[in-house]
Design a protein around this ligand. Structure first.
Ligand SMILES: [Zn+2]
Length: 276
């Protein structure tokens, strides 16, 4: 594929699917999905994506993919609790070979955070995305905050020391509690109470931040229509963090489950404009 088209390409590799979309602007168009099969071999599962991706028309600039697994600097899978046998798979190199172009990548939580922060500046923008797992990241001054060599893992902050075992091996991560809720083993109230404690802790590090919740936490569209659950959550945060100066504002993502790919598209457009 040559970089001669007019549309930017964004992709989102999740636990069960690869989503992708093409657009000339950062406005999210219809998103196509390819189911990711499960056969226990990374190369065979990746190969199932190749037919559709190879047939894509040329795109503009550098495609951006947001990914559920953690990758190292070379774009190889460091860990993917949902598909542990992908460890070591050269994901980005394989995708670049398939598309015939360089590919940029970021974590799906990071991409969602970029979409949710949008053009806003001046605060810390914390984003939590509830899908199969929980992705999350923090955006400051339009940049994803990275304080180490790999992305931060907000979904694996421990919120309940006696909680369920997480796919990462720890006990009581936010993600493990969320998945327990999805299985009907943990009540919504319990989930929100624990989430409130986590947000109160984040508020001590990022005072006055804006917290955006996306994905499937409030309903299938990710929209808390009447705001009652956000109000319940905000009361819980206030109980654990009584000082006004630290309190975050809490809202739901306008992108719902599409926040990660919206952020990847935003990044693809930004990179494309940088090189004009
Ligand atoms: Zn975990």
């Amino acid at each position: 594929m040559m970089s001669v088209g007019t549309e930017f390409l964004a992709l989102d590799l999740g636990a069960t699917k690869l989503a992708y979309c093409k657009s000339v602007t950062a406005m999210l168009p219809n998103v196509d999905r390819i189911e990711l099969p499960r056969c226990g071999r990374a190369d065979e599962e990746f190969a199932a994506l190749s037919g559709r991706l190879e047939s894509l028309p040329p795109v503009s600039g550098v495609p951006v993919i947001c990914v559920a697994p953690s990758l190292n600097a070379a774009g190889q899978v460091l860990s993917w609790p949902n598909r542990p046998y992908w460890k070591g798979f050269p994901l980005i190199a394989s995708l670049e070979k398939l598309l015939g172009t360089k590919v940029r990548w970021l974590g799906d939580g990071e991409a969602a955070a970029l979409a949710n922060a949008g053009d806003q500046r001046g605060l810390s923008y914390v984003s939590l995305q509830f899908g199969t797992g929980v992705g999350g990241a923090i955006v400051c001054n339009g940049q994803v905050l990275r304080l180490g060599p790999i992305n931060c893992e907000l979904g694996h902050i421990i919120v309940d020391g006696g909680g369920p075992i997480c796919t990462c091996g720890a006990r009581g991560c936010l993600q493990a509690v969320w998945q327990g809720y999805c299985r009907g083993e943990i009540s919504l109230e319990r989930l929100l109470d624990l989430l409130a404690v986590m947000i109160a802790n984040l508020a001590r590090i990022f005072p006055g931040s804006q917290i955006t919740l996306g994905g499937r936490i409030f309903d299938v569209d990710g929209k808390d229509v009447d705001g009652k659950l956000v109000q319940y959550l905000a009361r819980g945060v206030r109980a654990s963090c009584p000082q006004e100066e630290w309190l975050p504002t809490i809202r739901t993502s306008v992108f719902g489950p599409n926040a990660p790919i919206a952020g990847a598209l935003r990044e693809a457009v930004r990179l494309g404009n940088e090189h004009v």
